[in-house]
Design a protein around this ligand. Structure first.
Ligand code: CU
Length: 187
């Protein structure tokens, strides 16, 4: 029989290191906190002139799941990766790129579990030029997403990569701010 004491011996320490009270709130029971999914809402004003991810920056532990949810308008969550229409690489080299495709109806969502540590930059396909981008830091910040937007200039095999538009560059929260605040809302 698995007593509470044995359970704590078996997994208590590892579970404790995954708990992030600042993201999930202090009221949740211990076990619920460990499994918490971090939600990112995809928003728009009624005219569609203002569009954004809320929050725009999040910090998670390796193995945690992020869920993007449509509130208004039509959006995608798409990794900065050459496999996505030759966009420049801004997720860790060892990570799998994602593209949700169009999420159309309110409540439509896309889940992603991130295990490779590093910085993950992503955009919304129809709204990248409007600055609809976001940043996730998983564990230790590292990889291309932690570098400048033009880090690949002159490197072999990257001449057809699309740089992040200036309007979108300006929207990203810095890695430092994401690490400090854990959840970053649009300024
Ligand atoms: Cu969008």
């Amino acid at each position: 029989m698995l007593t509470r004491r044995n359970f704590m011996k078996a997994g208590g320490v590892a579970l404790a290191s995954l708990a992030i009270p600042s993201i999930v709130g202090f009221g949740a029971p211990y076990t619920a906190r460990v499994a918490q999914i971090v939600e990112i809402f995809m928003k728009s004003d009624p005219q569609g002139s203002e569009v954004w991810f809320d929050p725009i920056g999040v910090y998670i532990e390796p193995g945690q799941t992020v869920r993007w949810i449509v509130m208004d308008n039509v959006h995608t969550t798409t990794a900065y990766h050459p496999k996505n229409d030759m966009h420049s690489l801004r997720i860790p080299e060892g990570a799998t790129p994602w593209d949700s495709g169009f999420l159309v109806n309110k409540g439509d969502h896309f889940d992603l579990t991130l295990t490779v540590e590093g910085v993950y930059d992503y955009f919304c396909m129809p709204h990248e030029q409007a600055g609809m981008v976001g940043r996730i830091v998983v564990g230790k910040p590292a990889g291309p997403g932690a570098l400048s937007f033009d880090y690949f200039k002159g490197k072999p095999g990257t001449s057809n990569w699309k740089p992040v538009p200036i309007s979108a560059q300006k929207a990203f929260p810095s890695v430092e701010v994401v690490l400090k605040q854990k959840i970053v809302r649009r300024g």
